[in-house]
Ligand binder design. Structure first.
Ligand code: 1HE
Length: 251
């Protein structure tokens, strides 16, 4: 923990933080604990690479049914990140590959170091994404671009991925974790109900018709405004006790 922020590290650098069954279960346990104890979380990887994706050694030994169950396990656990109640920021360096990119896509904000690189080599490996990428990555960067990555195996730099909308911040080498903690700390100061609505209403509204989306938005808007926290924050602004919105420093 750092203040209100839970720090979750992938700690298997000798295997480039490849995700085995044990690793994905450990991520799930850490995320549940963070959701209970913290107001925001950071997910980062020990060593020179964020994550090399699925543990291919373990995967190659699986039966068909175990492979389906394995994918469903990733879905269940990554869903705890994406649609839980606290925001998660991922700090990315080196390889952000396959399931590593799927993990990053389940977090709410992605910070990449200049040396980070992104790929979906499933085509080359003869497999398919199984950690939610066909939904989350496709919605993040577009299914056309995702299809291009999977078909050609092309590798994108952090800057290219930023242009594609897959990461929101590119920082110098060695700086991703610190920036991710800074952003997570910032999100932890928001009203809890607003963070909950952002995490849970936004992805659902995206899946709705415009009409249903607008209706749901009105309900969420009223629900958040009705909390004592919102009442106090709105009063603080009107009594000039709250910070104003300031123009960016480099504007
Ligand atoms: C692994 C894995 C892994 C490394 N599963 N063991 N992911 C991939 O196709 C990416 C495969 N990995 C790589 O391309 C490279 O390892 C990296 C670019 C990530 C890093 O390169 P490098 O030179 O720093 O490391 P290395 O020497 O390749 O790997 C170090 C060790 O990690 C080595 O084991 P060692 O026992 O020989 O030391 C590697 O075998 C091992 N290693 N990556 C198992 N992925 C839910 S579906 C998701 C589908 C996918 O994720 S597909 C993409 C899989």
């Amino acid at each position: 923990m750092q203040g209100d922020v839970a720090i979750i590290g992938l700690n298997r650098p000798d295997k480039r933080n490849a995700i085995s069954d044990r690793v994905v279960e450990a991520i799930g346990a850490a995320v549940l604990r963070a959701t209970d104890e913290a107001k925001a979380g950071v997910i980062w990887g020990e060593g020179t690479h964020f994550c090399a994706g699925l543990d291919l050694g373990e995967h190659s030994k699986k039966s068909l049914i175990d492979s389906v169950k394995g994918s469903r396990r990733w879905h269940r656990i990554f869903d705890l990140i994406e649609r839980g109640s606290i925001p998660f920021v991922s700090a990315l360096q080196g390889a952000v590959v396959g399931g590593g990119f799927e993990l990053a896509a389940s977090t709410h904000i992605r910070v990449a170091e200049e040396n980070a690189f992104f790929a979906l080599p499933e085509g080359q490996r003869g497999i398919f994404v199984g950690g939610g990428g066909s939904v989350r990555i496709a919605r993040l960067i577009g299914s056309g671009r995702m299809g291009d990555m999977m078909l050609t195996g092309r590798v994108l730099s952090a800057q290219e991925m930023e242009r594609w909308g897959g990461v929101s911040y590119v920082v110098p080498e060695g700086g991703a974790k610190e920036k991710a903690i800074e952003l997570a700390t910032q999100t932890a100061t928001n009203a809890e109900m607003t963070n909950f609505a952002i995490l849970n209403a936004l992805p659902r509204i995206r899946d709705m018709s415009s009409e249903d989306g607008l209706f749901t938005e009105s309900l969420m808007s009223a629900l958040t405004t009705g909390t004592p926290e919102a009442e106090e924050r709105l009063r603080a602004f009107l009594e000039k006790r709250a910070a104003k919105v300031a123009a960016p420093k480099d504007a």
